[in-house]
Design a protein around this ligand. Structure first.
Ligand SMILES: [Ca+2]
Ligand SMILES: [Ca+2]
Length: 142
């Protein structure tokens, strides 16, 4: 059941992340549980869900059905790293639960300035997604 719950959360993040980031990044990459990756151009990108078991990814070039159970996480890419203190998403000089709140707000489509959005990339892979929430909570609980 835990896995199913995780997939539902992932779905919510996917849907909101697409709206937030599809216009700013060039590529969407899915990382599968076996470590392999699949990348899609965000040009004309659409993701639809089939009974919560599969995602159908369509863009201007291709259409592919992915088994959600085989997906570990996804990220948008375009490069770009943060020069700010790792995990200090809201930029107040401390890394704490307030930064998690700010990060989640951004992932869920909340308005934010460019500097905050850069700091929200906690794991510095150029994308803002669930992996950054995990990275941030790891830092706080370290
Ligand atoms: Ca902070
Ligand atoms: Ca990131």
């Amino acid at each position: 059941m835990a896995k199913f719950k995780y997939i539902l959360i992932l779905l919510l993040l996917l849907m909101t992340a697409i709206r937030l980031q599809a216009e700013e990044f060039e590529k969407l990459t899915f990382v599968k549980t076996d470590g392999s990756t699949i990348s899609f151009s965000v040009e004309g990108l659409k993701i639809t869900y089939d009974d919560f078991a599969h995602a159908v990814i369509t863009n201007d070039e291709t259409s592919m059905t992915l088994d959600l159970a085989s997906l570990k996480y996804m990220y948008f890419s375009n490069g770009g790293n943060s020069a700010f203190a790792t995990g200090d998403v809201n930029g107040d000089g401390e890394v704490n639960v307030a930064d998690v709140n700010t990060l989640v707000d951004i992932i869920l489509g909340g308005e934010s300035d460019d500097a905050t959005i850069k700091r929200a990339d906690v794991n510095e892979d150029g994308e803002i997604n669930l992996a950054d929430v995990n990275a941030l909570t790891d830092i706080i609980h370290r």
